[in-house]
Design a protein around this ligand. Structure first.
Ligand code: IFM
Length: 441
């Protein structure tokens, strides 16, 4: 790597991230069913119809997994707490076994000197609530608030930072408009509602946590650079609209209390009644912002399709195993753009950045120079953003372990630690060793 820890400001946090359903093994410990279990069980949704029932068996192996973070010289661990593990029906009875697991997990982080960065919702809606419409039902805010209260009262005294929701664009748009993630809906009315309710639920959770004394609260948003596919005015407008839906909708609502007009043009007729009145609550202060960044997309106008009449076009840059273009400048762009236009001096964490590659074990080791370059170039982009005035306070690699990559099943490997999904053996990759060397230097 072309950096060491010493190149970053004192106190800069280095860590790695995971999420509950992707690693824990959802069949253990009394967790209730989630919409991902049924989405995966429905033909055509997920590669080989794989689900998170066993995943990396982190539920039983968490101590060894946390040792990997500690041994790499990391400062923090970003993890999520599964709603359905804590409340199997999504509301009502609490699963004490689930709460006890998270208790042990957090204590084990602290024993190793790792700061716990918790995410409250990383995509596994309890099935009982999905049956009631999940994110399309306005009541989701109250249900999520109740879960937030239960889990933060139990863990809040030991958590360093809490994010309400991971990647609202995926929760709402990817899952209700594109239909690529659970619940797999393709409906503009459902989407408009989910786009709003996910922020309402964020607001409710913030209020519940402030009331119960939980501190250092934020949200994790994802950003993809939207590049016009050509200089044609219609492609420039298409990229602007994509930017509004993906990159501006959530951050504008949270920091300014408005939705971008260009997006409301399409969503207005489908928005839930009284949405304007909720914006004041949504626009409440946060303490930090999480930024997930992976790639850029070339966007063209698609006049034959109804609003938003846009389509992605394959770009020319080298791509990861996901087919995502590698574009580190985009990370610099978003960190400085957010700082200048939305959050000012508020701490920004890169809460996810990483790449999937078809890693293989050879002679007991994984050599992944592509990932080493990817990490290096993105961490240096974050460093440039700091030099250009953004208050970037930390960087979390996605992901610690190869894991359940949602609709891609176990095929796409993002980890700096290889997982053999037959034996569940962990093998740190070359990127793990390089990152550890940079952090310990
Ligand atoms: O695996 C996901 C994660 O759950 C959310 N952010 C993007 C990652 C890679 O697709």
């Amino acid at each position: 790597m072309d950096f060491t820890r010493a190149d970053f400001p004192q106190g800069f946090t280095f860590g790695a991230a995971t999420a509950a359903y992707q690693i824990e093994g959802h069949k253990f410990g009394g967790a209730g069913p989630t919409h991902w279990d049924t989405f995966a069980a429905t033909p055509g949704n997920v590669v080989r119809a794989e689900d998170g029932a066993l995943a990396c068996d982190h539920y039983h192996r968490y101590e060894a997994d946390l040792d990997l973070l500690k041994d790499a010289g990391m400062d923090a661990y970003r993890f999520s707490t599964s709603w359905a593990r804590v409340m199997p029906e999504g509301r009502g009875p609490v699963n004490e076994e689930g709460l006890d697991f998270y208790d042990r997990l957090v204590d084990a982080m602290l024993e190793r000197g790792l700061k716990p960065y918790q995410t409250l919702y990383h995509w596994e809606m309890p099935s009982a609530l999905s049956d009631l419409g999940g994110w399309t039902n306005r009541d989701v805010a109250g249900w999520f608030g109740d879960f937030t209260d239960v889990i933060t009262r139990r863990l809040g005294d030991r958590i360093h930072a809490t994010a309400t929701i991971n990647e609202p664009w995926c929760v709402a748009f990817l899952s209700h408009f594109i239909g690529a993630h659970a619940p797999g809906t393709r409906d503009i009315r459902a989407t408009a509602r989910a786009m709003h309710h996910v922020l309402l639920a964020h607001a409710e959770a913030m209020e519940r946590m402030r009331a119960n004394g939980t501190q250092n609260l934020g949200i994790v948003l994802n950003f993809d650079r939207a590049i016009p596919a050509s200089d044609a005015p219609e492609d420039i407008a298409a990229a602007g609209l994509q930017d509004g839906i993906f990159n501006r909708w959530f951050i504008e609502a949270i920091t300014k209390g408005t939705y971008p007009e260009v997006v409301l043009d399409g969503f207005s007729p489908h928005m839930p009644k009284g949405w304007e009145d909720d914006l004041k609550r949504i626009n409440q202060p946060i303490d930090w912002l999480g930024v997930n960044y992976y790639t850029r997309n070339q966007i063209a106008s698609d006049p034959d399709s109804p609003w938003p009449s846009i389509k992605p076009v394959a770009g020319p840059l080298p791509k990861t195993q996901m087919g995502w273009e590698i574009f580190p400048d985009g990370l610099h762009h978003f960190l400085t753009w957010l700082s200048k236009n939305y959050v000012g001096d508020m701490p920004i964490y890169v809460t996810e950045n990483g790449m999937a590659w078809g890693d293989v074990i050879e002679n007991g080791a994984v050599y992944d120079p592509e990932r080493i370059s990817y990490i290096n170039d993105h961490i240096l982009a974050a460093k440039r953003a700091i030099e250009d005035g953004a208050n970037v306070a930390g960087f979390f690699y996605w992901s610690l372990l190869d894991n359940y990559e949602w609709a891609e099943g176990y095929e796409k490997r993002f980890g700096i630690v290889h997982v053999d999904f037959e034996t569940l053996k962990r093998t740190p990759k070359a990127s793990y060793h390089e990152l550890a060397a940079a952090l310990k230097a």
